[in-house]
Design a protein around this ligand. Sequence first.
Ligand code: 5RP
Length: 275
Amino acid sequence: MSWGKENRLRRIFQKDGRTLMLAADHGYFMGPTTRLEDPRKTLTPLLPFVDVLMTTRGVLRNCIDPKSGIPVVLRVSGGPTMAREPRVLEDEWLTTSIEEAIRLNTAAVALQTFSGSPYESRTIKNLSELANEGERYGIPVLGVVALGDEYTNKSNDSRYLAMACRILAENGASFVKTYYPEEGFDKMVNSAMVPLVVAGGPQPKDPKLDKDLATFQLAYNAIQQGAAGLDFGRKVWQSDHPIAVAKALYSIVHEKHTAKEAYDLFNKLKSEKKQ
Ligand code: 5RP
């Protein structure tokens, strides 16, 4: 591995080999998502409590202080948006050049693939070409698993997810972001060949559920079963207490906290000001 690539990976994965990433790339296809209408206001207070920010060049240039020092994983794929009728979010292209990633001093570039959709070949080709460019300049690629759920309905199926993760690693991803299935995540970790970071997903809709506790349970289960980290977005910044959520997640990822210990920490922190 080149010195530059290893150095960049080290900015993402801390000394314990784990990472807490904050995902805030949603605007590239969703526009001004709830609580991310003003990314500067939402994200700036959270940056000291996470290891990495995953975002777009637009958010970075317009809303993130370059002096913050936060390592960045740059979202470089996109194209279709929520406005498209009928909705075909799978139709993604590579939308950002490697020169731009270098200019922005990114620690890695992130690209989404859609296994099982009619766009899988194109999106996997996008990934392979990006990996070629990344190797040239020492920039790791984060492959983001999406399954084209409309076609496969498999986002809770660990065998299918294991296939998608492995395919991204085989095609050049240095690490992979995936959903966490209810069963079989440990097997996915074993067969992926590269570190897996787990996606957060939307906040649960059930009003009776304690959303934050559910977030910590998901995080704890994933880390226990071998995830190298988390890349949560909405579960953090759509919480009523985002800083407390970020700190509690950090305690699971880096300080061996259980879900219950993280929840206790969260409850303590949220009673304090501005958490
Ligand atoms: C798709 C993505 C998203 O753009 C985003 O990062 C998801 O974050 P979250 O679901 O935690 O809000 O990468 O998988």
